[in-house]
Design a protein around this ligand. Sequence first.
Ligand code: TYM
Length: 332
Amino acid sequence: MTRIFSGVKPTGHLTLGNYLGAVRRWAEIDQHGADALFCVVDLHALTVEHDPARVHRLSRQAASVLLAAGLDPKLCTVFVQSHVDEHTRLSYLLECTATDGEMRRMIQYKEKAAQERARGGSVRLSLLTYPVLMAADILAYRTEEVPVGDDQTQHVELTRDLAERFNQRYGHTFVVPRATHPPVAARVMDLQSPLSKMGKSHTATGGIVYLLDDADVVRKKIMRAVTDSGQDVEYDRERRPGVANLLDVLAACEGGDPEELAGAYRSYGALKKDTAEAVVELLRPLRERHAELVADPGYVDEVLRAGAERARKLARPVVDRAYRAVGLLPPV
Ligand code: TYM
């Protein structure tokens, strides 16, 4: 069985981008006999200025949204990163494998560090080492595939480099994983500024569809999406990024091809209307199931408890082996 690992960071409410780029596929993978682990990576949420009460709330919410999206805890493991110490234990060994230069080349680090500085804040050291903790998340489970959106490609590449380097220096310890992406909507763009990614931690929320938004709010946001000057509905990500983004979303919802779909539309209005309805329908079951889960917090707790227990069992021997491999004395 293919071992799969992926995670979501509780830094904001989950978005349509998270869903189409990652979470929806996790629920599908889950049904196809893989051995998959899905994680609310809460430690990663501490790498930027954060409100403790909010991280707490969002971590719980992320877990229940994953279950509402169709992850079946009987078929996969759902857990919270900070409940399994092996992630941070392994992260340190990988910090001793990675270089400062590698970290500073990470695009997300450069972007996020610039944002923090622009806000007048300071950059946490953990923001720089974030990709190493992410590599630990993946490597601790001997993961083969990492289903993610486009924006995580560079981090998974780094994970591969670290695994290979570690294996070469200290003997074969880690499986070298690979990223997998959805065929469409691997990068859903913000509806108001279609040149940037739809990101859950962005402060301007008008262009972001949250998974738990009311149907009317979803409709409004999509109907107000920025399109482009011009009339023709054509799929051109460079010249018509707003229209291309709507076509991607519609294609992802309906399972079609964005370029072919473009040919079926004569006006932006009709495209927006169909996209809005497709998204509302896609998210309806998730919203309904989420409301049931909110009413049953004991169930979510039990899923997370059992998930962490299984994750620990899997990660412990891998991380112990890595500790021995680098020459550390086993505890007596
Ligand atoms: P995060 O929390 O930003 O996003 C979770 C997943 O959603 C995908 N995604 C998108 N896909 C398409 N369009 C978008 N606009 C969009 N926004 C987000 C992301 O690619 C991701 O798959 N570093 C990771 C979390 C992480 C992780 C891991 C992932 C930590 N450890 C180990 C995989 C394996 C992150 O910040 O994801």
